[in-house]
Design a protein around this ligand. Sequence first.
Ligand code: ADP
Ligand code: MG
Ligand code: MG
Length: 252
Amino acid sequence: DILLEVRDLHASVEGKEILKGVNLTIREGEVHAIMGPNGSGKSTLSGVLAGNPAYTVTAGEASLHGVELLNLPPETRSHEGLFLSFQYPVEIPGVSMVNFMRAAVNAKRKYLNQEPLSASEFLKLMRQKREIVELDNKLASRSVNEGFSGGEKKRNEIFQMAVLEPRLAILDETDSGLDIDALRVVAGGVNKLKTSKNATIVITHYQRLLDYIKPDFVHILYKGRIVKTGGPELALELEERGYDWIKEENKD
Ligand code: ADP
Ligand code: MG
Ligand code: MG
């Protein structure tokens, strides 16, 4: 079944059009990679889907399992199963990971008309999910991302994703700044969370992440449009040839 359907999406920042007609269909069970030069609009696309108020949608539609997303507040999109991991994770001093995650999980359960998890149920869930990303128990009691290393922040994000069990996860340059071991753990976590019912969008500059997270489709976003779609071999071609040929093919 179709999970995400984006049609002719246009969006602007401060009056400047960034997305110029994005079309994208993602089915359950699929992994899609979005690549493209800096400034192409990759983060804008994820921000627009997640409901970041910095972006203004000027035309088009986006739906998640049939639910129109673009008029929903960000937290409702999250409750509907969208998860966005940030290129630069925020720190939330004074709020422990445990309390942050418990609030997030129970807000979602409330939206779905489910009872909140008890303290012991929640701790059991945390323990299970922590193992997926090999996250240290000590991190869970610290403030969200405060003083975490780059690798710990990324691992923590995959942990949050594991706990929230989204239908569609968007990982925006989750690999940037990761050493090879952290990369392997993060990618391994993403792979373990894969089911036939959910899907992942991986935004990355580097083919190396795609050695670990195998995409079914690779899209090139350039100047606010998806200008090319292929299989994993397209990422290899980009690694080898860079983006000049894409720029050449898409001159104004
Ligand atoms: P990518 O993620 O592909 O590198 P972005 O979506 O971050 O690209 O950026 C696309 C364009 O939008 C760039 O020209 C960038 O400068 C601009 N842009 C993005 N966010 C903002 C913002 N908050 N204010 C002004 N310009 C922005
Ligand atoms: Mg960028
Ligand atoms: Mg970006």
